[in-house]
Design a protein around this ligand. Structure first.
Ligand code: HEC
Length: 146
């Protein structure tokens, strides 16, 4: 753990300019992260519906990615990032603790879901449970498409 942290810290320093660019563009970063969430959910849903062959390891990997993505969410919504090309609603920063808690809940649900998947039916249940977190947060904190 500790070693990984040190290594990634020096990698971050080496790629200094890139990091600065990323840090100054949290909107883009979080939108890319959310797009990745959608890709994972699409793969999971396809399998849960039998449109793709069931594979426990693939499902677990997708859920793990969602878990990791969720862990990054609170930091990708820093104060001031409500301005720009974003669908994030200002209410996020009025209730940041609740917003962050929803990210943690998604992280935990995605983690828990990884252990119980043995077949299509259990995957279906897991996808539903995890997916509720997406819609639930968007309902309150994301601008509706018009
Ligand atoms: C904690 C709240 C929260 C959770 C949980 C959450 N989202 Fe989001 N999502 C947002 C917000 C806020 C935006 C708008 C971001 C912006 O435009 O800056 C967004 C945007 C998106 C977008 C549009 C990205 C784009 O192209 O602009 C997609 C797709 C998406 N989310 C999918 C998901 C999926 C799938 C999940 C569940 C696995 C999920 N989200 C979970 C808050 C959340």
């Amino acid at each position: 753990m500790r070693k990984t942290t040190v290594v990634s810290a020096s990698v971050l320093m080496l790629s200094g300019l890139g990091v600065l660019a990323q840090q100054s563009d949290p909107i883009r970063q979080r939108q890319n992260l959310m797009k990745n969430n959608q890709e994972q959910m699409r793969a999971l849903t396809g399998m849960a519906r039998g449109q793709a062959p069931f594979n426990a390891a693939t499902a677990q990997a997708a859920l793990q990615r969602i878990e990791q993505n969720a862990r990054q969410v609170p930091a990708l919504f820093p104060t001031g990032s409500q301005q720009g090309k974003t669908d994030a609603l200002p209410v996020i920063w009025e209730r940041k603790a609740d917003f962050d808690a929803r990210a943690v809940k998604l992280e935990q649900d995605a983690k828990t879901a990884q252990t119980g998947i043995t077949d299509q039916a259990s995957l279906q249940a897991a996808v539903q449970r995890v997916g509720q977190n997406c819609g639930g947060c968007h309902e309150t904190y994301r601008r509706k498409e018009s």
